[in-house]
Ligand binder design. Structure first.
Ligand SMILES: [Mg+2]
Length: 421
């Protein structure tokens, strides 16, 4: 049996953990730069606020309905995610983290355990240790576990735990499960299937194999097999390393100031290179891009991207900053109002198998030591405690985050304060 744990309304729930006055109140979290709604509490969903709604268009509505609005606080969400996953991993040996708020569980070998009981106590303990409410779906395949999980949220009686452990239960669940909600069936396929009068997961599971293979390809057939209870997706226990890492953000406001963009890019390069070291990779290629705001149709537009192959793969921050600055200089054109820039590091190799060059020195032992001290410091004392001078201090390019909650769990200065009378 496979399970999937999903944190309910994860970002909104994280905001609630440290701010109990948000309980039972509508809460929304906005995307980078306070753009659109990316997370909603159940109360916010009930008000009819759609996912992706642009915040500036809803200001009045949010205010008049007393919705609590937050900028996204990824330091908090990332740390809370780690806590949730660690708690789950203490219950189940094989877990595969699927996203910031979801992980798969492999219950092979747990057949003598009372799964409903395990699931209940898992749910309770995660809530008690982290404050985050979760839902659990368990079934013979990952695709069915996803179905069970979604269904567990819809019914009050199930209260966040649903186990599809016999064929009758599976059939019943599939008969009321919309085809567009199936894991791996995209919007295009759902539209296509509906044209052929396949509206529920059950109807899809009954479709003819050859027809599925011809129209939904082999991946679609695998999904259908999974709906029939035949596992085709193994649990990926180790998240595969990314083939490229990217850090790109919009500036808080449009800018034509080179120094500002250069400082922002130095910061993105530093964040991106730290990601690289976290997965123990080194990059052979650095790409930088720069763009104006395409929605400002009356302003002159410019978009440019440029890559550079490095003599020796590296994950040494000062080098990546130096290369990305060279690239920025070569694509910069003055007279434009820029909205966004970013850096992509690709051609990744494992850091311990870097091909050396006859003419260029790769990262030295000393470089590596400096980076490990830098990572240690910044993990312990907060992001950018140690930084390159190029990253600056003013941060005028920073994202708009007007409604940012404190970093309760990752910054000493933001620790929750309690007044005792
Ligand atoms: Mg979720």
């Amino acid at each position: 049996m496979f399970g999937i744990v999903d944190c309910n309304n994860f970002y909104a729930s994280c905001e609630r953990v440290f701010n109990p006055k948000l309980e039972n109140k509508p809460v929304v979290v906005l995307s980078n730069n306070d753009g659109c709604v990316i997370a909603r509490s159940n109360e916010a969903k009930a008000l009819g606020i759609p996912m992706g709604a642009p915040a500036f268009k809803m200001e009045e509505f949010l205010k008049s309905n007393q919705v609590f609005v937050f900028s996204s606080n990824y330091a908090l969400y990332g740390d809370m995610s780690e806590r949730v996953m660690t708690t789950i991993a203490s219950f189940v040996k094989d877990i595969g983290i699927y996203s910031i708020d979801e992980c798969f569980l492999d219950f092979t070998g747990y057949k003598y355990l009372n799964l409903p009981k395990v699931a209940r106590s898992l749910k309770n303990d995660v809530k008690q240790y982290t404050g985050i409410p979760i839902s659990i779906g368990i079934a013979p395949t990952k695709t069915l576990a996803k179905v069970a999980n979604k269904a567990s949220k819809k019914s009050k009686e199930l209260n966040g735990v649903y186990i599809l452990d016999n064929s009758q239960k599976i059939t019943d669940a599939l008969k009321v499960f919309p085809v567009e909600d199936i894991w791996g069936i995209g919007r295009q396929y759902a539209k296509f299937l509906k044209k052929y009068n396949i509206n529920t997961a059950y109807e899809l599971s009954q479709a003819n194999d050859t027809w599925i293979r011809n129209n939904l390809k082999i991946v679609g057939l695998r999904t259908v097999e999974e709906l029939r209870g035949i596992p085709c997706n193994d649990l990926e226990l180790v998240v595969p390393n990314k083939k490229a890492v990217c850090t790109a953000r919009s500036f808080g406001k449009l800018t034509n100031n080179y120094d500002l963009v250069s400082e922002a890019l130095a910061n993105y390069s530093s964040v991106c290179t730290a990601k690289l070291r976290k997965q123990k990779s080194a990059a052979n290629i650095v790409t930088v891009f720069l763009e104006t705001n395409p929605f400002k149709v009356n302003e002159p537009q410019y978009y440019k991207t440029k890559s550079m192959e490095l003599p020796v793969a590296t994950n040494y921050t000062p080098k990546i900053i130096e290369y990305s600055q060279q690239l920025l200089k070569s694509i910069w054109k003055s007279g434009y109002n820029y909205k966004k820039c970013g850096v992509v590091l690709s051609g990744l190799v494992q850091e311990d198998t870097v091909q050396q060059s006859l003419f260029e020195k790769g990262d030295t032992e000393e470089n590596k030591k400096i980076m490990s001290v830098l990572d240690l410091f910044n993990n312990r004392y907060g992001k950018d405690t140690l930084r390159s001078a190029a990253q600056g201090y003013k941060r005028e390019w920073k994202l708009r985050q007007e409604k940012l909650s404190p970093k309760y769990t990752t910054d000493w200065n933001d620790l929750l304060k309690i007044k005792l009378k």
